[in-house]
Design a protein around this ligand. Structure first.
Ligand SMILES: NC(=O)c1ccc[n+]([C@@H]2O[C@H](COP(=O)([O-])OP(=O)(O)OC[C@H]3O[C@@H](n4cnc5c(N)ncnc54)[C@H](OP(=O)(O)O)[C@@H]3O)[C@@H](O)[C@H]2O)c1
Length: 280
C-alpha cells in the first residue's frame, strides 16, 4: 500500500507555498525520499532575495514568489506560511483553486474551515502538524481531516509524512495541543538537553562529550518508551536504586518543579496556538 501510494505521489505536482523553516525541511525531505520529482515541484517564498538564497541549494525545483503559478499546475498544495499571512495567501491562490486539488496545511492555529470558507469551494483540506526532526526522518506529525477530505486524501498526507517520521491521526480540535507538545516540543527538549550537558560540564566533563552523553541518553530513554511501550515511571524506577545517586538527582528535579514547569510549558504553547488565529 505504502509503495503504491509513494508511486502515486511521485507523479503528483506539488506546490510548497511558504518555503521557510518547516516548508524547506519538508520539501528537502520529500525530495530526498523521492516522494516527488523535483521537476514537478514549485516552491514559493515572499521575497526575491529568498528565491535567490533557495536557488543556491540546487534542489532542482522551480522557485518563485508567484503563488498563483505554483497552485495553477499543482495537484497537492502544501501551505507553510505563518498564520498572519494565511488570509492574504488564500486570497492570492483562490482564482487557481479547483476542488480536485488537495490542500495540506501545516499552518499553526488555522482551522480547515477557515481555509474552506475563504476558498469558497468543496476543496479537500488536510491539516498537518509536523515538527523539525522531519529533517532527519525522525519527525512526529499529527493529521486531521477537513470537511471535504476523504480517505484517499488522508492516505496521500499520511504517505508524505510517514516518509519523514511517525504519523498519528487526531480530531482537529486536538491539533493545537499537538502544536504545544510535539511541534514546539523539540525546542523544549533542546533546552533540557543543553541543561543536562551544562551539568556534565559543571562536574568536569568536556563540553563535546557532555553534549553527546546528554543527547544519546535522551534518545535512548525515548527509544525505551517507544520500543517497550512501558510507562515512563516504570522505566525511571528501574534506574533509581535505593539510596543511590539517581534519587538525589530526582529530588533536585522535584524541588525545581520540573514536572509542573514542563506541563505548563505545553499548556502555554497550546494556548498560544489557539490565539494565533485571531492575529491572522
Ligand atoms: N518551524 C516549525 O517547527 C513548525 C512546525 C509545525 C508547523 N509550523 C508552522 O509552519 C508555518 C511556517 O513556520 P516556519 O517556522 O517555517 O516559518 P518561516 O521560516 O518564517 O517560513 C515562512 C515562509 O513563508 C514565506 N511567506 C510569507 N508570506 C508569503 C506569501 N505571501 N507567499 C509565499 N510565501 C510567503 C516566507 O518567505 P520569506 O522567507 O521570503 O519571507 C517564508 O519562507 C507556521 O504557520 C508554523 O506555525 C512550523
Amino acid at each position: 500500500m505504502k509503495t503504491t501510494l509513494s508511486n502515486k505521489l511521485l507523479n503528483k505536482r506539488l506546490a510548497v507555498i511558504g518555503t521557510g523553516k518547516i516548508g524547506g525541511i519538508l520539501l528537502r525531505a520529500f525530495l530526498k525520499h523521492k516522494l516527488v520529482q523535483p521537476k514537478r515541484v514549485h516552491a514559493t517564498v515572499l521575497y526575491a532575495d529568498e528565491v535567490r538564497a533557495l536557488a543556491k541549494q540546487k534542489l532542482g525545483v522551480r522557485i518563485s514568489t508567484d503563488n498563483r503559478a505554483a497552485v495553477r499546475h499543482a495537484d497537492v498544495i502544501l501551505l507553510a506560511v505563518k498564520p498572519q499571512a494565511i488570509r492574504e495567501v488564500l486570497e492570492d491562490i483562490k482564482p487557481e483553486m479547483k476542488p480536485g486539488k488537495l490542500i495540506i496545511s501545516v499552518v499553526a492555529s488555522i482551522p480547515t474551515q477557515l481555509i474552506e470558507k475563504q476558498l469558497g469551494l468543496d476543496v479537500p483540506v488536510v491539516r498537518a502538524m509536523p515538527n523539525t526532526p522531519c529533517a532527519i526522518g525522525c519527525g512526529m506529525t499529527a493529521l486531521a481531516k477537513g470537511t471535504h477530505a476523504r480517505k484517499e486524501h488522508m492516505e496521500i498526507a499520511r504517505a508524505m509524512f510517514e516518509a519523514v517520521g511517525r504519523v498519528v491521526v487526531v480530531e482537529e480540535k486536538q491539533i493545537d495541543a499537538v502544536t504545544g507538545l510535539s511541534a514546539s516540543g523539540p525546542a523544549f527538549i533542546y533546552i533540557l538537553l543543553e541543561s543536562l550537558a551544562e551539568g556534565g560540564v559543571k562536574v568536569g566533563l568536556p563540553r563535546d562529550i557532555s553534549t553527546l552523553l546528554a543527547a544519546q541518553t535522551m534518545m535512548g530513554a525515548a527509544r525505551m518508551v517507544l520500543d517497550t511501550g512501558d510507562h515512563p515511571a516504570l522505566l525511571k524506577d528501574a534506574v533509581t536504586t535505593p539510596a543511590g545517586s539517581t534519587m538525589d538527582g530526582i529530588l533536585e528535579l522535584e524541588d525545581g518543579k520540573v514536572r509542573v514547569t514542563l506541563i505548563k510549558a505545553v499548556m502555554k504553547a497550546t494556548q498560544r496556538a489557539k490565539e494565533l488565529v485571531l492575529e491572522s
